[in-house]
Design a protein around this ligand. Structure first.
Ligand code: NAD
Ligand code: WQD
Length: 341
């Protein structure tokens, strides 16, 4: 029998790519999203790719009663919880809005899962939990440092909540995936990242600069302790990241886990600097990026990349896309969006 996966935040950037990966592997998908950072049209774009229209429920998961009704209406085998606010800067300025949304939604989901004896959950965590690492690459056992933002704090605290729930209930299986820096768009170019307002992240800002929406890209600092002085990150194609969720779901459903709470880094294991990104983007797309070196951005760490061996071995997952492919799809997607307007 086909398993049914509830995908919260499923019209969002990573969620929508994961819905496609799940449908392609034969899962039934129910999307729940309040559309606070995405559009309903995403479900029709998913249908264009997979020829399956996912069930869609427009619900705010902070609303306890709406969340209860949702779980009463469907027989669910597993949940992937993407729904959250995700911008570091915004969280510094509006901590309560972030704490309320990100905590209440997961607590409501966990409460309903317990009531309905739903055993499997994948949680969207982040490399932000490592703060400034002592050594590289970071493994899942690297120390968790004090969070540098309310957003980061929500990820750290929710990981603890999940571990506590798993300790209290042997029948609950949870996987936290610590994503590194997702970029790129689905190769069909029917879905991708839709940045509302001025994007704080590197790739959408870069592509918006090249398309002419922004004057220039600020490179935040070139005096870091890295080969070219700019910060190093582990960029991963969003479709590779999506596949890791399917592997995590399979592992839990098949009861292949070593313990009922597991954590995995999801990155490529390769670090690229901001200038590597700029210059590779220019090369693969045959374009110039108008950029200026500016001062450091508060809160940025110099370098981080993942040790991915645990995910490679236990999830049987490995990133496939090259940096060149990631940067090509990022640019192609920006052009698709520009043509829509
Ligand atoms: P996104 O904003 O594109 O998607 C999140 C979706 O959740 C949106 O569609 C939004 O409308 C929905 N949502 C938010 N609050 C909700 C609520 N209360 N009820 C129902 N729906 C709600 O973000 P994304 O980039 O796809 O990120 C997905 C998850 O991955 C988030 O938890 C984020 O913190 C985490 N993450 C993202 C990144 C990244 O760089 N994109 C990196 C690490 C972790
Ligand atoms: C990447 C690099 C910037 C914009 C954030 C969150 C993290 C995770 C992923 C959710 C940095 C530089 C950026 C620009 C630049 N999200 N940059 N000019 O900060 O690594 O990670 O997204 O969990 O928690 O913190 O990603 O894309 O903002 O920055 O020079 O206009 O690009 O300084 O070195 P970051 P980013």
């Amino acid at each position: 029998m086909k398993k049914t996966i509830l995908v919260t935040g499923g019209t969002g950037y990573i969620g929508s790519h994961t819905v496609i990966a799940l449908q392609e592997q034969g899962y039934n998908v129910i999307i729940v999203d309040n559309l606070s950072n995405s559009e309903e049209e995403v479900i029709y774009n998913i249908e264009k790719i997979t020829h399956i229209l996912p069930v869609f429920e427009k619900i705010d998961l902070v609303d306890e009663q709406a969340c209860e009704a949702l779980f009463n209406n469907y027989a669910i085998d597993a949940v992937i919880h993407f729904a959250a606010y995700k911008y570091v800067n915004e969280s510094v300025n509006e901590p309560l809005r972030y704490y309320k949304n990100n905590f209440h939604s997961i607590l409501n989901v966990l409460t309903e899962m317990q009531k309905h004896q739903i055993k499997n959950l994948v949680f969207s965590s982040s490399c932000t939990v490592y703060g400034t690492p002592d050594s590289l690459p970071v493994t899942e056992n690297s120390p968790i440092k004090k969070a540098m933002s309310p957003y980061g704090n929500t990820k750290q605290v929710i990981e603890e909540v999940l571990e506590d729930c798993c300790k209290a209930n042997n029948n609950l299986f949870v996987t936290s995936l610590r994503y590194f820096n997702p970029i790129g768009a689905h190769p069909s170019l029917k879905i991708g990242e839709v940045a509302k307002g001025i994007p704080p992240n590197l790739l959408p800002y870069l592509t918006q600069t090249v398309i002419g929406k922004r004057e220039y890209l600020s490179v935040f600092g070139n005096d870091y302790d890295t080969p070219d002085g700019t910060c190093i990150r582990d960029y991963i194609h969003v479709s590779d990241l999506a596949d890791a969720h399917v592997c995590a779901i399979q592992r839990m459903i098949e009861k292949n886990t070593i313990s009922n709470y597991e954590v995995f880094n999801v990155g490529t294991g390769i670090g690229y600097s901001v200038l590597d990104i700029v210059h590779t983007f220019e090369k693969v797309n045959n374009l110039k990026v108008n950029y200026q070196i500016k001062g450091r951005r508060e809160g940025d760490i110099a370098k981080i990349w993942a040790d991915t061996r645990k995910a490679n071995e236990l999830l049987k997952w490995k990133a496939k896309y090259s940096l060149e492919d990631m940067l090509k799809t990022s640019w192609e997607w920006e052009k698709v969006m520009a043509n829509k307007k």
